[in-house]
Ligand binder design. Structure first.
Ligand code: DQA
Length: 147
């Protein structure tokens, strides 16, 4: 099995950015935990963080037929990006949407996601534990594709 973890804009600031909302764990901490979690389950793991929508779209295209599941925290692109939605659907990649914060308890512009209705699952408000939960879920439920 293989998993691609994608993080969108501003998630490189994790740990220093609005810690009362996003906590003090850094992105390198999240990635290190995800790597060891996947290694312990013999899952191939890859990761990209980008502040650029097109870079994320290109990485999704590259993942077509190469990974079994995508775990994505699109950051603010959640609320704006038809392009990321279309890329995930066009590449037939099952995905889990993760938000560190409870977006529904925040500004109303964060209540709508361009991805949620197509996601296998949506996790929000669990803090960075949401990434671990998503990997656990993906490892149990996502069926590897014959390639
Ligand atoms: C976020 C929530 C988004 O609304 C916000 O723009 C982010 C992070 C989260 O993880 O809680 O950048 O996706």
């Amino acid at each position: 099995k293989s998993i691609l973890l994608l993080n969108g804009p501003n998630l490189n600031l994790l740990g220093t950015r609005e810690p009362s909302i996003y906590g003090s764990t850094t992105l390198p901490d999240v990635i290190a935990s995800a790597e060891s979690q996947c290694a312990s389950k013999s899952i191939t793991f890859s990761h990209l963080q980008s502040n650029h929508e097109g870079v994320l779209v290109d990485r999704i295209h590259e993942a077509r037929g190469q990974v079994d599941a995508v775990i994505i925290n699109p950051g603010a692109l959640t609320h704006t990006s038809v392009a990321i939605r279309d890329a995930l659907l066009g590449c037939e990649l099952p995905f889990v949407e993760v938000h560190i914060s409870n977006v529904h308890a925040r500004e109303s512009f964060r209540h709508h996601s361009y991805l949620s209705d197509k996601a296998e699952a949506v996790i929000c408000g669990l803090g960075v534990y949401g990434y671990e939960a998503a990997i656990e879920y993906a490892s149990r439920s996502i069926v590897p594709k014959a390639r």
